[in-house]
Ligand binder design. Structure first.
Ligand code: PEP
Length: 261
């Protein structure tokens, strides 16, 4: 499959970490990367979105601002929630849906994840839809079935015309924040199957253009090998995105995925 059309993507999911000073230091450290051969998006916690947006703008940075979560309904009576319009007001243009911590800790269902994905796309946002199996599902040989179910459910009702704003992140749950990483061969196998499910849902051409990221303990030392796999188009990075130097090294490793084009 030709991969020349797919610009590598690296997302930095800061999760529920850092403070105001730390957020500004982090964006100061990574502000100079992105925008060239790789698309780089950071996902800070809500309270720091505005100051990170201001720093991105004042630095003339090409790093893009994303948000980790949102409520899919319009502004109104929904105590404690943040709407897509509020995110747009903070210069956010990319959101995560289906992250394993929201699926398995908060309890978000496939149908809620689908509602969020569609609402964000309808509002013109980019969506990184996260999928991936639990350890027991992997051990039971269900990895591909789980990925297919989460993919089909998450993208139900999403038309092919919106796919240029959809990125898929394959994140085996047992690899997130654990220091365990899928082997590059296992990850490639899962990514190739995800791409073939996308081809059967849409078209081979559309699937060939979609970015599929790997996430789960990506570090500077393993990024290049993972990104050199033909169906791995970058990564969604948690822990290592909290260190500007490590995150920069991971972004640099995407050159491995550009070369193959
Ligand atoms: C993530 O939060 O999506 C993630 C992959 O985390 P980590 O890189 O820490 O495993």
């Amino acid at each position: 499959m030709s991969t020349g059309d797919r610009k590598p993507f690296v997302g930095g999911n800061w999760k529920m970490n850092t403070d105001s000073e730390g957020a500004r230091a982090l964006i100061g450290g990574v502000g100079g990367i992105g925008g060239g051969d790789a698309e780089v998006v950071v996902y800070p916690p809500f309270p720091y979105l505005r100051e990170v947006a201001a720093d991105i703008s004042s630095q003339g940075s090409r790093v893009v601002l994303g948000a980790q979560d949102f409520r899919h309904e319009p502004n109104g009576a929904m105590t404690g929630c943040v709407s897509i319009d509020m995110l747009k007001d903070c210069s956010v243009s990319s959101v995560l849906t289906g992250h394993s911590e929201r699926r398995h800790v908060i309890g978000e269902t496939d149908s809620l994840i689908n509602a969020k994905t569609k609402a964000a796309l309808d509002a013109g946002m980019q969506v990184v839809l996260c999928i991936g199996e639990l350890l027991e599902q992997r051990e039971a040989g269900q990895t591909d079935a789980v990925n297919e179910r989460q993919l089909r459910a998450g993208l139900e009702g999403v038309d092919e015309g919106s796919l240029d704003r959809v990125v898929i992140a394959y994140e085996p749950v047992w690899a997130i924040g654990t220091g365990k990483t899928a082997t590059s061969a296992d990850a490639q196998d899962a990514h190739a199957k995800i791409r073939s499910v996308l081809a059967s849902m849409y078209s081979k051409e559309a699937a060939g253009k979609m970015r599929i990221l790997y996430g789960g303990s990506v570090k500077p030392g393993n990024a290049e090998e993972l990104f050199s796999m033909p169906d791995i188009d970058g990564g969604l990075i948690g822990g290592a995105s909290l260190n500007a130097e490590d995150f920069g090294a991971i972004v640099s490793a995407t050159r491995a995925s550009i070369k193959r084009g």
